[in-house]
Design a protein around this ligand. Sequence first.
Ligand code: NOJ
Length: 546
Amino acid sequence: MLDLWYKNAVIYCLDVKTFMDSKGDGVGDFQGLADRLDHIEALGCTCVWLLPFYPSPNRDNGYDITDFYGADPRLGTLGDFVTFIRAAHDRGLRVIVDLVVNHTSIDHPWFQAARRDRASPYRDWYVWSDEEPADKEEGVVFPGVQQATWTYDETAGAWYMHRFYKHQADLNIANPAVRAEIEKIMGFWLQLGVSGFRVDAVPFLIEHRGLEEQEKPKGDPHRYLTRMRDFLSWRKAEAILLAEANITMDEVDDYFGAEGDRMHLIFHFMLNQNLYLALAREDAEPIRRTMAATPQIAFQSQWASFLRGHDELDLGRLTDAERQECFAAFGPEPTMQIYGRGIRRRLAPMLHGDDRRLKLAYSLMFALPGAPMLFYGEEIGMGEDLSLKERDAVRTPMQWADEPNGGFSKAPADRLLRPVPETGPFNYRDVNVAAQRDRPGSLMDDLQRLIRVRRACPEVGWGRCTVLDVGESSVLGLRYDWERGTLVILHNLAERPVEVVIPADDLTGLRPLFCNEQDRTMRDAREPIALTAYGYRWLRAHGERR
Ligand code: NOJ
């Protein structure tokens, strides 16, 4: 029996290091996180995604791992991890963790053994070249910070391949021993109680760059994703794979599998980028266009929707002109931009702290077909710290209260892993959980209600979605049908108030579920519906369909 819990999951992504420090050493830990699970539960989220928490020199915020079977000692022991898992399960929360197996830190014992000895069994766990590769400057992921994708290693006497920073050597995924080890890693964490993985850099796992043709696995490389899925499901039927795969729409089948037998969920990067374009233009057309271009996926597959995450807002799939529109609207200063393609800011500052637009943006994201994901701090509208390097700008500690260090830690401020913003409109005194809790109309209060409504609308996760032509380009009109339930959801992306008519001759009454203003009126589906500036309405078709 398949367990499709993820189809309607509400995912909360956090970094243990920056969530809550229980020991007062300036670094968040598992005990602190366990103490704050009530917050995540009260919000209504159903699944927690932990960013990497493994032993690491932390040159890429933990995505540079030195031991796949451990926990960073600053965060706690594996015992603390399991205690946290149990506390999460007690509250009905599932936990997924990052699976980062495209590469290891160059400090990993495997790489150290491999570089020192050509005869080491670990040599072939990585990708080497004796000659200087002609393509060594191609495919750089972090332009401006990363110089190349191959680096010469004196000790090894050879070049090693790294798609990311040079301290992250790529594993040779074509090597059966590496594949076996990846399964062992998955099996280990499943056994400790996780419900699956957010899989890092999925397209690179199957690219086999730097290998000779005869070294590459035969057949369609995407079949490896089926293999991962099979292994996962054999070990734990309810477990999921959530892919970080910024793919084009003609690759959708390859990654989900035409039968829905590869990745369970994939972040919809294309829709995310076009959503920002739509917000910038105050016109829903880029969203409609992207939804029309998104192929049908199998019933057991699902998109993951998001506004912001722990990386830059990547706008690389837009045209140059479209990207410039987004830069102008959301990140006009050079320091706000990164890697030539993105913005290293959080949502609230990008929307100038405009409460109306923030609430609209979240309501819109939750209304899209898929499972919504929130990045910690989004629920209160946290800002960024542009004085921090690269993407660390959006990774400042959680702001819990108007207390020293925002209530994140009792350590002296200069000992914190990263500073808590003290100045500017998003400082911890003005923006924190305690100030918004139980305050009707606060962003957090609104999100809590939104999540409750979204969870009571299984049509969004399960149903057939139709984009409605409501006659106003600024308005995104969505209709969901599932079993006997029908939803109509309207979002006005513009400041200009509008009136729209729903093209739904088969519907009679509409009952409001969630709106930007007080609305309890049952209405006739044929009557025009007014939307205020940045207004939205979630409506349920009431009674019999005609
Ligand atoms: C994608 C992660 O989201 C990012 O934070 C990281 O730098 C790269 N993968 C490399 O692991």
